[in-house]
Design a protein around this ligand. Structure first.
Ligand SMILES: *Cc1c(COP(=O)(O)O)cnc(C)c1O
Length: 418
């Protein structure tokens, strides 16, 4: 499946024939994709599932409009965080009762980092990489400021081994790097951290929905991840968090609020955490946002994950090869691992005028994104991206660079979101 020819000759016809043979191709019809747009930014904001519009309309018009407060019971609103978590669990190699949907990734990071520190009271270091997604570092630094004795230690990518020692309570790592797409070996890293008595908190934001992961098989302790990237839950979608079952007895999270209470409708003065993963809920969940997320997860429940990974690597490989074949090596640099086993589902390319080049591509209907200081990212969301999309992005990129079409003042104008 998804075998690319060995030579470098990649044509639109070849891509069209790969699409025709692609068993995942029919899923594209389940998404809204605007005419004339080649969308390669699914790692920032996944496309809209058609079912999500319908489901949100139903939740708003009927469950909220007509059902009103009754819908907490009659429409299953109160169980939504656990019901959706059961649909995320198989995507990340966890059991349903180890996962819950709640809040944002950032807030879940806070809850789990503090919980991890409490599980290792004699240790004081949160160890992470300086290339980690900035919000992860900001959250850790915020905890450092709250607790005088806690220290956040930043090490260069892949160098946490030397920094692992008996002071480290928790290693905080993003499984697939948001810039380079470099992937960590989850089992190996987790084992090394455990050997020195530390816990590991994995951020799966660029992982889930793009490949198979096995949290249980990797003996992972804790994980968080984002709902609006490859999982297509919509802008600001609820995030998920994972706590391995063997930690459930002892673990204790800091945002103690009523939805995580054992009996929220007792309205008791004293806090008593719910059993198991439910204690990781805080305030009232956003039911409308959960509805969009659930529509997408109902698609994911039908998807074969090894196939997703196979298509993702084939599309990325095809894109890299077409760019490298057509551009001089000095024109652009690959910022991602060449080895597909080390790479997530997006490809980073560096160019000194990356921002303007990306704006010129967007002007031609090819949407990727830009990250400081000189990186373009192209994401290959396997559910709705085609091989022709990958080809079209490569040829547009080559043309924009060769013709210097990017060299216009309007393409240098920075917007708030890049
Ligand atoms: C996207 C992303 C986040 C997003 O966090 P939010 O709280 O949803 O804004 C966090 N961590 C990583 C690694 C991400 O890629």
């Amino acid at each position: 499946m998804y075998d690319l020819p060995k030579n470098d000759e990649i044509s639109q016809d070849l891509c069209a024939s790969l699409d025709a043979a692609d068993p995942l191709a029919p899923w594209r019809d389940e998404f809204v994709l605007p005419q004339g747009i080649t969308y390669l930014d699914g790692m920032s904001l996944g496309a809209l599932p058609k079912a999500a519009s319908k489901k949100v309309a139903d939740v708003v018009d009927h469950q909220w409009g007509q059902g009103l407060i009754r819908s907490w019971n009659t429409a299953g609103w109160i169980d939504a965080p656990q019901r959706l978590a059961a649909k995320v669990a198989p995507l990340i190699g966890a059991d349903a009762d180890e996962v819950v949907m709640a809040d944002s990734t950032s807030v879940n990071l806070f809850k789990l980092l503090v919980a991890a520190l409490r599980l290792r009271p004699n240790r004081r270091v949160i160890l992470t990489e300086s290339n980690n997604f900035p919000t992860n570092i900001y959250v850790a630094s915020g905890i450092e400021r709250m607790h005088g004795d806690i220290e956040v230690k930043l090490v260069p990518q892949g160098n946490f081994d030397e920094a692992l020692n008996e002071d480290v309570a928790v290693v905080l790592l993003t499984h697939v790097d948001y810039k380079s797409s470099q992937m960590h070996d989850m089992s190996n890293v987790t084992r090394r951290a455990h050997e020195c008595g530390a816990l590991v908190l994995w951020d799966l934001s660029h992982t889930a929905g793009a490949m198979c992961i096995d949290l249980q098989g990797s003996a992972a302790d804790l994980a968080v991840g984002c709902g609006y990237k490859y999982l297509n839950g919509g802008p600001g979608a609820p995030a998920y968090l994972f706590v391995a079952r063997h930690h459930h007895g002892e673990i204790d999270q800091p945002i103690t609020a009523w939805m995580g209470h054992a009996r929220p409708f007792d309205f008791a003065i004293d806090y008593a955490p719910a059993q198991g993963i439910t204690q990781f809920l805080s305030g009232t969940p956003s039911i409308v946002a959960l509805a969009a997320m659930e529509a997408s997860l109902d698609i994911w429940s039908q998807i074969d994950l090894p196939m997703i990974r196979a298509k993702s690597t084939a599309m990325s490989e095809l894109f890299i090869r077409s760019v490298e074949h057509q551009l001089a090596p000095s024109a652009i640099q690959l910022a991602s691992p060449r080895d597909e086993t080390q790479r997530g589902s997006h490809v980073g390319l560096c160019h000194p005028q990356a921002y303007a080049v990306m704006q010129a591509m967007i002007d031609r209907g090819v949407i990727g994104d830009f990250r400081e200081p000189n990186l373009m990212r192209f994401g290959f969301a396997p559910l709705y991206t085609s091989f022709v999309d990958a080809w079209c992005a490569a040829t547009t990129l080559v043309d924009v660079i060769e013709s210097r079409a990017w060299d216009q003042p309007r393409f240098r104008q920075r917007a708030a979101v890049t």
